[in-house]
Design a protein around this ligand. Structure first.
Ligand code: WTA
Length: 661
């Protein structure tokens, strides 16, 4: 694990710049006092029980939290529910005709889907899946673009109690195959293709490649979206529209235990192999619904909420599907990208639907800053009330830009820190309560207990930096890693826990600093995980993809600071034998990584070097490569076996520019 440098900890944030909730905002806000925080601190289980009570349960729980076998938590023990009844059925009577999703397709095609229609569609697909033999406990993989049938697919699985495993549509065939095989999925739901930035991504072709080696898959359901010709395999593949056409719009929901699995979602860790994060029904839905309501000051009767994430990531699971639907709110569901057909697409959508809450990644904001204020200035953004960010630290400049140019200086910015593993937001302002500081995610949410600790796990006094930990279980926490309890314990619970004294501490993998007033400032990952445009990518995964290429002998990968994407992937590669590191090979290696993992993992730059800097015990010194990549004064090289190589690499790195795409 990398050490936190003093320099990072002391990073110059201006802690004195503060933004209290604007008076007009407070006047209309639902929560305006910190009473809720105090109440939850005094009685966290009472707080969470009250929140869980807002959901539709078939049978109430006997016990709020069972923490008798840490770190395996059970929440709302004995409770029975099906999450789709909270997300759909219970809204039908009084709110059936309310819009659940305004779908905005990339080409400007639109669909309006009410709760009643969504319920019917989920039931039809649920019945269709049942007819394919899917039953409670079976895993279903989903590999689709951002179309309404994607949330329908998640919910149809949830209806049957079949854990879904969504694989982001930008991942490669290999990534899809590995994720299917890790959980032995029985069915895959996919599309012929998806639309992205004016072109078509041939998802079915990738799926077919993956399916060449996925023995567990029995059936493939293919949604027609782009309409291009795709081969269908007799006996295995069937069209979505044919599967659902004769199905009933009623589909009995499977009764689930609060602790039954709702879904798996694979996420990059410090090893080369992504891990299947396991979320369960009762606690997860409680976490999503509560945070979605509180952090966005939700007024379901009036709001039009829009989260710009992809459902392939946890943000989409929690804040496009489960949280918003449990709260019965109206959301925008957008298929496309911010720059298509022009750079004002987002602002056009905000104006068109009168969006009240917007939730996007800092990368998107920084990209928009580069494009200039003329794009948002063309549109009426006055409907916005709360604007949020997620996925990576937001630098104060981007925060201020967002606050001013998008939020019109009147919308609180909610910078929300959380992870795939936490299931829901953990550290975030409450917009009617918290005085904001640009660049700080501010404080733990009600019912969340965080701390910043030093190497030995001792709490660091205010003003200091260290490792961010969570010190008490929370309802939406991951329960384990699919099929690997040991790795679950090892990854999250070993570093700072002391089981002999009953102390269990969750280590998030992030560095953080708390200022004198207790505000949390996130400092980025302290492990080998990179954060590129808010996407988690493991350095090891990219290294394995590179060395998989026949020309590559050895590779080292680091995340280098990048003004737009947060981090950019910088690779250092030594070649085998007579291979030459020319532009053609560089392009080939980038493509190879795209084929192995997905385009998001392509290195921005590759430096060919005859050797990598190594310690005498043969460990690659990534820290030095990071210094080289960020053009910093080189750190201590005395422990290196081959010190002179670093200077050579630094020279080579100077001439290298990042790939433009
Ligand atoms: C980072 C995304 C700073 C962090 C929901 C975390 C953040 C990782 C923030 C999880 C934030 C997320 N400020 N850093 N507001 N939000 N991160 O699993 O490093 O894709 O550990 O979940 O993103 O990424 P994941």
């Amino acid at each position: 694990m990398a050490e936190l440098s003093e320099q990072t900890i002391e990073a110059l944030f201006d802690e004195s710049r503060t933004f209290p909730p604007p008076e007009e905002f407070r006047a209309g806000a639902t929560v305006t006092s910190d009473e809720i925080l105090r109440r939850a601190e005094e009685d966290p289980e009472g707080f969470w029980a009250e929140e869980a009570g807002r959901l539709a349960w078939r049978r109430k729980w006997d016990q709020v939290l069972d923490w008798s076998n840490p770190p395996f938590a059970k929440w709302f023990v004995g409770g029975k529910l099906n999450v789709t009844e909270s997300c759909l059925d219970r809204h039908l009577e009084s709110n059936g005709d309310k819009v659940a999703y305004y779908f905005e397709g990339e080409e400007g095609d639109t669909r309006t889907i009410t709760y009643r229609e969504l319920h019917a569609e989920v039931c039809r697909l649920g019945n269709g899946l049942r007819s394919l033999g899917v039953k409670k406990g079976d895993r279903v993989a989903i590999y689709m673009g951002m179309v309404p049938e994607l949330p329908v697919a998640l919910l149809a699985c949830a209806r049957l109690g079949a854990p879904h495993s969504v694989v982001f549509g930008g991942f490669s065939a290999d990534s899809l195959r590995d994720r299917i095989n890790d959980c032995d999925a029985k069915v895959l739901i996919t599309c012929d293709g998806s639309r992205r930035n004016g072109s078509v991504v041939n998802l079915k072709a990738f799926a077919d490649q993956a399916l060449a080696d996925t023995p567990s898959i029995e059936s493939v359901v293919v949604l027609r979206r782009t309409g291009h010709d795709v081969p269908m395999v007799e006996g295995r593949d069937r069209w979505y529209h044919e599967l659902v056409s004769d199905q009933s719009t009623e589909c009995p929901a499977e009764e689930m235990d609060s602790e039954d699995i709702l879904y798996l979602l694979y996420s990059s860790g410090t090893t080369g192999k992504p891990k299947g994060v396991v979320h369960t029904c009762g606690g997860y839905l409680t976490g999503c619904a509560t945070t979605h309501r509180l952090v966005f000051d939700l007024k379901p009767e009036a709001d039009v909420y829009w989260c710009g994430a992809d459902i392939g990531w946890v943000t989409g699971h929690s804040y496009i599907v489960y949280g918003p639907l449990a709260n019965g709110c109206t959301s925008v569901l957008f298929e496309g990208v911010p720059q298509y057909p022009d750079k004002d697409r987002f602002w056009d959508i905000v104006e068109k639907y009168k969006v009240t809450q917007l939730y996007i990644a800092p990368t998107t904001i920084r990209t928009m800053m580069k494009w200039g204020t003329e794009y948002p200035a063309k549109h009426d953004l006055s409907s916005l009330r709360v604007i949020g960010t997620v996925g990576e630290p937001i630098n104060p400049e981007a925060w201020i830009w967002y606050h001013h140019n998008i939020g019109g200086d009147r919308c609180p910015v909610v910078d929300t820190w959380w992870q795939t593993e936490t299931g829901a937001m953990m550290i975030s302002p409450l917009p009617g309560v918290t005085t904001l500081k640009p660049g700080s995610a501010t404080f733990p949410l009600p019912g969340v207990f965080a701390d910043v600790v030093d190497e030995s796990g001792n709490s660091v006094p205010l003003g200091g930096g260290g490792y961010l930990v969570l010190t008490r279980p929370w309802p939406s926490m991951l329960r384990t890693l699919w099929g690997d309890d040991e790795r679950f314990i090892e990854t999250y619970w070993t570093r700072f826990s002391d089981p002999s004294s009953g102390k269990w501490v969750y280590f998030a993998g992030d560095g953080a600093k708390r200022d004198k007033e207790g505000y949390y400032w996130l400092l980025g990952r302290v492990d080998d995980v990179m954060n590129v445009s808010g996407h988690r990518i493991s350095t090891l995964e990219v290294e394995s993809a590179l060395v998989d290429h026949p020309a590559v002998a050895e590779a080292a990968v680091v995340g280098r600071a990048d003004p737009t994407t947060g981090q950019a992937i910088a690779a250092f590669v030594t070649l085998r034998g007579t291979a030459t590191g020319d532009d053609a090979l560089l392009a080939e290696l980038r493509q190879h990584v795209a084929d192995k993992i997905g385009k998001i993992a392509r290195p921005a730059s590759i430096v060919f070097t005859p050797e990598l800097p190594k310690t005498r015990s043969g460990k690659i010194m990534r820290r030095l490569l990071k210094d080289v990549s960020e053009q910093r004064q080189l750190g201590d090289v005395t422990t290196l076996a081959n010190a002179d190589v670093v200077q050579d690499i630094a020279e080579r790195a100077k001439g290298v520019r990042a790939a433009e795409d």
